[in-house]
Design a protein around this ligand. Structure first.
Ligand code: KIV
Length: 288
């Protein structure tokens, strides 16, 4: 018996389909107002940026997660400004439409607002980024103000802030107790007041993310924060199945690229060892 025809896919919302217009911070605000979800992913290199562009990703974050996904560090703490800038420049060369956000690495912004502005400025001036992201609540609000003063759009980041992993005692859900939830909601409002153009909410209960999303006028971008945020972000290596080990609860694996790569590499090794590769179709011959 013939398969029943599948229901036609829902048409993509206008912004996702509009590949011609570059995404700006104003676009993101407009998307929140219109209830259009923002699709954000991390990228760390030129080919991934090209793929993300082709797929229509709205916002690309060169996350300090590059420390763990690409540089083999155990946490995000060791990555430096120069290392981040190297990846931001590579991603920039691959983008045409997506908004490019550069993550401020640990200790590049917390100690001194002027130094923070100089570092953020390097991401815009040398890296071609459109915005920066920094982690933290009330303590970083004056720094956000300083960056906005020199026209740097800033994404805030509250909830689980991986740069504070040692103080938090691990990568765990934040804001489960009512007093913690209230503190995180206050942090989000203060960051909005300081001038942030969007806020990442990481690993917080879905109800808290919904409440924050309702209370602030700027877009919220969730990761492990449930479905009510204005947008979502995932680490591309996690969702592509490139990272070792099982995914955390909030990650959906859309592919198994690591499994495919291991198979491709071992097939190659076997074929080299038993003389199957290169065959005649991959060899040049001299003219007769
Ligand atoms: O560094 C990163 O990839 C991030 C995302 C998890 C939001 O900050």
């Amino acid at each position: 018996m013939a398969d029943k025809p599948k229901a036609a896919a829902k048409p993509a919302p206008a912004y996702a389909a509009d590949r011609a217009k570059p995404v700006t911070v104003a676009t993101l605000l407009d998307m929140k107002r219109k209830g259009l979800k923002i699709a954000m992913l991390t990228a760390y290199d030129f080919p991934t940026a090209r793929i993300a562009e082709e797929a229509g990703v709205d916002v690309i974050l060169v996350g300090d997660s590059v420390a763990m996904t690409k540089l083999g560090y155990e946490s995000t703490l060791p990555v430096t400004m120069d290392e981040m800038l190297h990846h931001v420049k590579a991603v920039k060369r691959g983008l045409s439409r997506a908004l490019l956000v550069a993550d401020m690495p640990y200790l590049s912004y917390e100690l001194d607002a002027k130094e923070a502005a100089r570092h953020a400025g390097r991401f815009l001036k040398e890296g071609g980024a459109h915005a920066v992201k920094l982690e933290g609540g009330l303590d970083v609000a004056p720094i956000v103000k300083e960056l906005v003063k020199v026209n740097v759009p800033v994404f805030g980041h509250v909830g689980l802030t991986p740069q504070a992993v040692h103080r938090l005692g691990g990568y765990r859900v934040q804001g489960r107790r009512p007093e913690d939830a209230e503190r995180i909601a206050t942090e989000a409002r203060v960051l909005e007041g300081a001038g942030c153009c969007a806020i990442v909410l990481e690993c917080v209960p879905a109800e808290l993310a919904r409440e924050i999303t309702r209370r602030v006028q700027i877009p919220t971008i969730g990761i492990g924060a449930g479905p009510h945020c204005d947008g979502q972000v995932l680490v591309s290596d996690d969702m592509l199945g490139l990272t070792e080990g099982g995914p955390t609860k909030f990650v959906k694996r859309y592919a198994d690229l690591r499994g495919q790569a291991v198979k491709a590499f071992s097939d190659y090794c076997r074929e080299v060892r038993d003389g199957q590769f290169p065959g005649p179709e991959h060899s040049f011959t001299s003219p007769a």
